[in-house]
Design a binder for this molecule. Structure first.
Ligand SMILES: [Zn+2]
Length: 389
């Protein structure tokens, strides 16, 4: 009685017909299902290969794992389709034609039998996929903040925005970054290069001359920082540091400064988006979020001509940077974010770095204080920037 009731509950809840058998990791082809079976399996005979195996699980446990992934990728036509013509529907046998699940005929038959009543469908055209929703939210956000820089979060009532309002985009972005875990720690002792380009008769030797400019001299807007808010822009390699700074004037020379971190700092790393997940791979994030981030990072690291448009075009990334610097860690219970890594727009495949520190946080070697971020490594190098272009 008790057994039967439990069985019915499970079938109603998960939508499969229960089968009393055991399955081993050798009988499935997918590596993530193999891992799942190895992870929770127990020693017994497998009913499909009929061998005694070290790791087997109940068929029902296996089919629940299988269904969990299928149901997270495909929808139930009864729930999402207005008319059945609105989206292609398919059953388990069509699905198994696309998934390399097993070579065992008997197992395939059991899976088909267990799920013979189920149907799935792709998301219909009138529903937003998560990546489309995030991308549309980002595009609206970027357009609105160029117009309503300081009041964008109060405009939601005046305009109808579908599906992510401008005021909701920053929390949505934070959520994706946190789920994927796009963080990197740069440890004490790591170095970044900064380049100062000036006329050949100018000579810079001090940390204060080679670090980010003091607030009263930070008059030009940059990708991540508006005028008046200095940040430390650098790179992991000299070539990228020069390409990001040099305008091509042959009269100029580059002073290369190597700044070494005096403490560990945590950054958001937008240069290392993980690859797409396999069908049965478990993670805290999904492929929709990866797809959005790939588009988003391409957009925020696109080259922008410095012809005056930078005053407007950099506004969305400046607001996002401010959010990651001051708000993100509070929303996600993280440690404070002290910088960003992002793909360089000038040096293909290389990375740019911005650190949230100011001129006085960059000191001469041996002069580090409690609030110092960097010390300047010696000797400095003076090079012809042309040789790096
Ligand atoms: Zn087996």
């Amino acid at each position: 009685m008790g057994q039967t009731k439990r069985r019915i509950d499970r079938e109603t809840e998960h939508g499969y017909t229960s089968i009393d058998s055991r399955i081993c990791n050798h009988c499935v082809s997918d590596r993530h299902i193999k891992q799942f079976i190895k992870g929770i399996g127990e020693k017994s005979k497998c009913d499909y290969c009929e061998k005694n195996r070290a790791k087997t699980v109940e068929f029902n446990k296996f089919i629940e794992f299988f269904l969990e992934h299928v149901d997270s990728l495909y929808s139930d036509p009864l729930e999402v389709l207005v008319n059945f013509e609105d989206g292609e529907t398919f059953g388990i046998s069509e699905l198994l034609d696309d998934i390399d699940l097993t070579e065992q005929e008997s197992l395939r038959n059991d899976v088909e039998y267990s799920l013979s009543d189920r149907e799935w469908c792709e998301t219909p055209y009138y529903h937003y996929e998560e990546s489309e929703a995030l991308n549309a939210g980002w595009e609206k956000f970027a357009a609105v903040v160029k117009r309503n820089r300081y009041t964008f979060h109060q405009l939601d009532d005046e305009h109808f925005y579908e599906p992510i309002r401008p005021s909701a985009f920053l929390p949505a972005l934070s959520h994706v970054i946190s789920r994927i875990g796009l963080y990197k720690t740069l440890t004490k002792g790591t170095s970044l290069y900064r380049v100062r380009i000036e006329k050949k008769n100018e000579k810079f030797t001090k940390a204060s001359e080679l670090a980010s400019p003091p607030a009263n001299k930070a008059i030009y807007p940059n990708r991540m920082s508006p005028s008046g808010i200095p940040m430390f822009y650098g790179a992991f390699d000299i070539g990228t540091a020069i390409k990001e700074t040099y305008s091509g004037n042959k009269e100029h020379i580059a002073t290369i400064a190597k700044f070494k971190f005096l403490k560990d700092i945590i950054l958001v790393d937008l240069s290392k988006i993980p690859p797409y997940l396999d069908f049965f791979e478990d993670a805290d994030y999904n492929n929709q979020q990866i797809e959005f981030l790939n588009d988003f990072v391409k957009a925020i690291s696109a080259p922008i001509d410095r012809d005056g448009r930078e005053h407007v075009e950099y506004v969305p990334t400046q607001i996002i940077t401010e959010h990651l610097r001051y708000v993100h860690h509070k929303m996600n219970d993280n440690e404070e974010i002290l910088g960003l890594i992002y793909p360089s727009s000038k040096s293909n495949g290389k990375k740019s770095v911005v650190i949230f520190c100011e001129n006085e946080h960059c000191v001469e070697k041996g002069d580090g204080k409690e609030d110092s971020f960097f010390e300047l490594e010696l000797p400095l190098r003076r090079v012809n920037p042309q040789s790096f272009i």
